[in-house]
Design a binder for this molecule. Structure first.
Ligand SMILES: Nc1nc2c(ncn2[C@@H]2O[C@H](COP(=O)(O)OP(=O)(O)O)[C@@H](O)[C@H]2O)c(=O)[nH]1
Ligand SMILES: [Mg+2]
Length: 280
């Protein structure tokens, strides 16, 4: 005997019909509503998620970032963990995380002795225990709620990268990003529009398959290039971006930029000789 749909299913059916009518009559407004629905509604199939937060001297941001993560992960995940990876911050970043741990057993703190954005993220990813893994920067530039449409995109992709369509960084950073993306596209072919975006999620199989060696900012590039070489499907979703309100940007310093240029050329050379990662 056919079972009557529950109230949740009926509500979702009504929304779907309403949306279809709206889309037929006003295609433009329909697509805006579709976008809002996909970003505001919790994912249909909750997953278990590990989110890594690399943090270097983020005392002013870390509590609000962790709170932002908790708000979203509680809604979309069956189980979750937030892993803050700190590199001997000279401010109170680690002490604040320890205080927050008293109220949240899902929050972990890892000390990574080797400095570097990439090594911090890789340490967090390899310590992660859940089915879906990802990272977001722990400054205030991202909204964790943006991972909702990214989770949906994981239905058809293995790796989902955020795309900061309206990136809110100083103009010299935007110019550098343009040249940087051009260089990477020339060296590795197209992988995603915004390879450096500090918000990415993927299936755990990706971490188990790859061995990403870049320890600094080029980690973003190597991670995606290696994922593509291994045959993983890389997709992207538009996300929001805010100016940094507190703490210091590290990505725009001349030292970081020069190191990134050197590292990315080395990466190109290394990949000529390195076999493709194989999926188990
Ligand atoms: N653990 C760790 N985190 C880092 C390091 N460098 C940067 N971060 C973090 O990585 C994120 C991105 O850094 P940010 O300076 O905002 O980069 P930008 O937005 O590209 O200028 C922030 O959450 C930083 O705290 C590092 O060496 N170690
Ligand atoms: Mg930042």
């Amino acid at each position: 005997m056919a079972r009557r749909p529950g109230p949740r299913a009926r509500q979702s059916e009504r929304l779907q019909i309403g949306y279809t009518v709206l889309f037929q009559v006003f295609p433009r407004y329909g697509s805006v509503v579709k976008h809002l629905m996909s970003t505001n509604m919790p994912a249909q199939r909750p997953h278990s998620i590990s989110l890594v937060l690399p943090a270097l001297n983020e005392a002013e941001n870390i509590a609000s970032t962790v709170d932002d993560c908790v708000q979203t992960l509680q809604r979309v995940a069956r189980d979750y963990e937030i892993i803050v990876v700190d590199n001997d911050s000279t401010d109170d970043t680690a002490a604040i995380v320890r205080q927050l741990q008293a109220d949240n057993s899902h929050l972990r703190l890892i000390h990574q002795p080797i400095r570097g954005y990439g090594s911090a993220i890789w340490t967090g990813l390899t310590a992660a225990k859940m089915e879906i893994v990802g990272w977001r920067d722990s400054d205030s530039q991202y909204r964790t709620a943006d991972i909702m449409p990214m989770l949906k995109a994981l239905d058809t992709h293995d790796v989902v990268v955020g795309h900061r369509v309206q990136r809110k960084d100083p103009s010299h950073r935007l110019l550098f990003a343009l040249l940087w993306n051009l260089l990477n596209r020339t060296l590795f072919g197209f992988v995603a529009h915004d390879m450096d975006c500090g918000c990415k999620i993927f299936r755990r199989e990706v971490v188990d398959t790859l061995d990403v060696k870049a320890t600094g900012a080029v980690f973003n590039i190597e991670f995606l290039v290696q994922a593509k070489r291994a045959g993983f499907r890389v997709g992207e979703v538009s996300i929001s971006h805010q100016p940094r309100h507190a703490g210091e940007n590290t990505g725009g310093s001349l030292r970081v930029i020069l190191r990134a240029m050197r590292e990315v050329l080395r990466l190109r050379w290394r990949l000529l000789h390195e076999p493709r990662p194989t999926r188990s």
